[in-house]
Design a protein. Structure first.
Length: 480
């Protein structure tokens, strides 16, 4: 049955145009508006049908485009001049002579031999194996602690071309690098080795952490090196008791140096700036070394200052060892050896044997040797009739009459004399009378930034403030 067709009425717009009168846009739209007012539904229906018909027409016209297969094809012939046999042969020879080198890195293991290390590096080189076992420099690879990163450059047939390994030294300015290379000298040694010294590349790292249980637990959870935590505790030790007074929610932001050797991070440098929020108060510090020289011609000492220019370096450090536990304070106690109650006129710092013991202030060594229950002990004379004592040392590294600087290692922690275990017994005496070391450290003098360096200091302080604000966003991002 044929579909019923709906009749469509078409309405014409009659425009009143007088003879010899020009149509204007205004007159046209006025006529259209009048018709819409008189027949709104009819005009709307007509426009809809018109648009629909236009769409259908467009749909039907589109496939009428010419088929690509029927388009004319024109063939173009181009003469190509062949390469001469000599040119072709030279290119083939170049490809045959092309060699590529491979680079690999592995960490040494405690069970490694030269052969097992080379095997993990995917090298099959008996000559290199023999050289690593016989050369004195090469034997440094497997000596000492494991975990050294060894980088090799190898040929496509798995032969060693070059090997390098880096390690840190006591000098925080330079590192050492072992280099082993294959030689091309006929009749000579197949490999050569040398040890080079090169400067570190320094870069700044931002970090932030919040204390939940302890300072070092916060550092571990934030992936911050332990050395940074030790420095934080050292910098703010005169204002915050990190052993007893930390609270959940205390936070710190820090900017610190990393020392890199050939792109590999070798060690952590000093803290450049830091802030610690504790007990509703924020403590800030920045490293600054005033330009110029002292009376002896040596560069002026650098140190940590508050952002307003007050030195955090006091005349005496709060502890003769880096961050450690106080096992016995300045008070009455039951003596573990004498088995009696008696005054303990010093502070005992529990630390593993061999931990460096450092002088808390500048001074001169007055005594260095063995003395009664102190065992190996060092007495250092400071200005204003101050004297410090460092007892139970396993090793003494200074001599009587030697001048020492604050922070200098004077010996190693031990258990000589009347000691039940390794620790450092530390005393501060003023005019021969013992005083609480913690109180003396807090009351010792501070030194402001020299007037001549104030402008340079303020410029650096503004830069460090911006960096600490950036570090704080790390903590906020992690919390979100």
């Amino acid at each position: 049955m044929a579909a019923r067709q709906t009749p469509v009425r078409v309405y014409l717009l009659r425009l009143p145009v007088a003879t010899h009168t020009k149509l204007t846009v205004t007159s046209i739209f006025s006529a259209i508006g009048g018709s819409l007012r008189r027949h709104p539904r009819r005009i709307t229906t007509s426009l809809a049908v018109l648009l629909l018909g236009t769409g259908v027409t467009a749909f039907g016209v589109a496939p009428l485009a010419p088929d690509a297969a029927n388009l004319p094809v024109r063939q173009v012939l181009e003469a190509v001049e062949p390469l001469s046999p000599r040119v072709v042969q030279s290119q083939l020879d170049a490809l045959a002579d092309f060699r590529f080198n491979l680079f690999r890195t592995e960490s040494t293991r405690s069970s490694d031999t030269a052969a097992s290390l080379l095997k993990r590096l995917n090298l099959d080189d008996a000559a290199a194996d023999a050289f690593l076992r016989s050369d004195a420099n090469a034997q440094l690879i497997l000596k000492g602690l494991p975990g050294k990163n060894v980088t090799v450059e190898a040929s496509e047939n798995q032969q060693l071309l070059k090997l390098s390994m880096r390690w840190a030294t006591d000098d925080d300015q330079v590192f050492q690098r072992l280099v082993i290379e294959r030689t091309s000298a006929a009749g000579g040694r197949l490999f050569t080795s040398r040890i080079e010294t090169a400067p570190y590349t320094r870069s700044a790292q931002l970090a932030s952490a919040t204390v939940q249980t302890s300072l070092f637990a916060a550092i571990d959870s934030a992936g911050i090196p332990d050395e940074v935590g030790e420095q934080v505790a050292e910098i703010f030790s005169t204002n915050i008791d990190f052993r007893r007074a930390l609270r959940k929610g205390d936070r710190f932001n820090v900017v610190y140096e990393t020392l890199q050797a050939d792109g590999e991070t070798m060690r952590t440098g000093r803290i450049l700036s830091a802030e610690f929020a504790h007990g509703g108060k924020t403590h800030q510090a920045m490293w600054f070394q005033p330009p110029g020289q002292d009376a002896a011609g040596a560069p002026l000492k650098g140190g940590y200052y508050t952002m307003n220019g007050q030195s955090l370096r006091r005349a005496f450090l709060s502890a003769p060892v880096e961050f450690s536990r106080i096992s016995s304070g300045f008070s009455m106690r039951f003596h573990p050896v004498m088995q009696t109650w008696r005054a303990h006129n010093g502070t005992d710092f529990a630390a593993p044997a061999g931990t460096p013991a450092r002088t808390v202030g500048d001074g001169t060594v007055e005594f260095a040797g063995v003395q009664n229950g102190y065992g190996n002990v060092v007495f250092i004379k400071h200005r204003n009739n101050f004297e410090t004592v460092y007892a139970h040392l396993s090793t003494i590294n200074v001599q009587v009459g030697q001048t020492v600087s604050q922070g200098q290692t004077i010996g190693l922690v031990g258990s000589t004399g009347w000691a039940t275990g390794p620790h450092l017994h530390f005393e501060v005496r003023v005019n021969g009378v013992q005083h609480d070391p913690a109180t003396i450290a807090q009351q010792s003098d501070v030194v402001p930034v020299p007037p001549a360096a104030q402008a340079h200091f303020k410029q650096l302080a503004n830069s460090f403030k911006n960096q600490l604000q950036a570090a704080a966003t790390i903590n906020q991002t992690q919390a979100e």
